[in-house]
Design a protein around this ligand. Structure first.
Ligand SMILES: COC(=O)c1ccc(CCNc2nc3cc4nc(N)[nH]c(=O)c4cc3[nH]2)cc1
Ligand SMILES: [Zn+2]
Length: 374
């Protein structure tokens, strides 16, 4: 009995896109879905009520960060991550594999696990696959990720092969260490770098371990988008049709559409929330840097097609003023808007799949957004 149940409702006739429902202990998720990132048990600048208001059904949090601060034991004492952060919908935690490599001064990686220095205070730590699962079990997320090595983009074939094979051995160890499979669904992560044979070997071996869902890792790490799409075309067809597929770290409008077309059901990325805090927002006609002078007297909403709180009540001129004045409300309004933009895009994508018109939707979206010239 798994913690989640994936209902495949429809496969698009025009592409490999799928419409689904992912049932979790904290509610049902309509797929394809975008997951806002709440690394330190908060989606920066958003309250849980505001996240519900814009339609968020699941958010992501990070094992690496919460282990370092405030510690998984404290969160366990609070009754788990849902109670601690006052979020009663679904949560997915990443295992720390990626964050250790991208954030800390990595000291060593061995068969046993990784030794690293905290990016917060330089203290020395060791995380093994077993330790990562123990932390994720304590946090209590509905979906937890296996502990893996996100192989660097520039790694050569031999390094990538060894890294991928170690990630497979770590996946077995995660399965053995997982204490609550009936409450928390453990997803396997496919690696293999940019090499077709390694990607397909990783997919086949990971699927043999029979996880309730599968992530495609080792992407969105600096490779050209065309290579990311190629890796998806090699890998996704080897994943079981009746299980969710999760592309880690992807969240730009074009990549979401291209990923859905290639059979991906779940996405996450810090992009929309991070660029919002720097004053860049998505609009149906492309990105807009609202702090630019050209918007000083522009009294239109950020995006006249958007239904979010920021677009219903404020102008570009006002939000630009807030950024120039370094007001906290600037980050809040831009974040509400960017997350609502992506969640609305996923709603439109789900509707297009339902109507077998996803490729037409993509062409129209890309034309308006400016991805394709007139
Ligand atoms: C303004 O935009 C930004 O700051 C920004 C930052 C990072 C990303 C990319 C994030 N990419 C990414 N996240 C990832 C997380 C992962 N986790 C695990 N366990 N294994 C992986 O193999 C893995 C790969 C990833 N690739 C995209 C955008
Ligand atoms: Zn808006």
């Amino acid at each position: 009995m798994s913690a989640i149940r994936f209902e495949l409702l429809k496969v698009c006739k025009q592409s490999g896109a799928r419409l689904g429902k992912l049932h979790t202990p904290h509610g049902t998720i309509d797929t394809p879905i975008f997951m806002p990132v709440g690394t330190q048990a908060t989606v920066k600048a958003m309250t849980p009520e505001e996240l519900k208001e814009i339609g968020a059904q699941i958010i992501l949090s990070n094992t690496y960060h919460l282990y370092l601060r405030p510690g998984e034991k404290l969160i366990e004492k609070a009754g788990g991550l849902h109670n601690f952060m006052h979020w009663d919908r679904a949560i997915l935690t990443d295992s720390g594999g990626f964050q250790v490599f991208s954030l800390s001064d990595l000291r060593d990686i061995t068969e046993e696990g990784v030794t690293f220095k905290s990016h917060i205070d330089g203290s020395k730590h060791f995380i093994s696959p077993e330790k990562a699962i123990e932390i994720e079990n304590a946090l209590g997320a509905d979906i937890i990720m296996a502990f893996d090595e996100c192989t660097p983009y520039e790694a050569d074939y031999d390094y990538t092969k060894n890294s991928m094979e170690r990630t497979l051995r770590w996946a077995e160890r995660c399965l053995k260490a997982h204490r609550k499979p009936e409450k928390q669904a453990l997803f396997g992560i496919v690696q293999g770098g940019m090499f077709k044979d390694l990607r397909q070997e990783s997919a086949r071996q990971t699927v043999k371990m029979d996880f309730p869902g599968y992530a495609v890792g080792g992407l969105s790490i600096g490779e050209p988008k065309e290579i990311m799409y190629q890796v998806l075309e090699w890998t996704v067809p080897l994943l079981p049709e009746n299980k969710p597929r999760y592309l880690m770290g992807v969240g730009s409008p074009d990549a979401l559409l291209e990923g859905v077309i290639r059979g991906i059901d779940m996405f996450d990325c810090v992009l929309p929330t991070r660029i919002a805090r720097n004053g860049t927002v998505f609009t149906s006609k492309g990105k807009l840097v609202v702090r630019n002078a050209e918007y000083a007297e522009d009294f239109r909403p950020l995006d006249d097609e958007c239904d979010c709180y920021a677009c219903k009540n404020y102008s570009r001129a006002y939000i630009r003023h807030l950024f120039k004045a370094k007001e906290i409300l600037a980050a809040r309004l831009a974040t509400i808007h960017n997350l609502r933009f992506l969640l609305r895009l996923m709603e439109d994508i789900r509707r297009a799949i339902m109507e077998d018109s996803l490729l037409d939707f993509k062409e129209e979206f890309f034309r308006k957004y400016g991805y394709t010239k007139e």
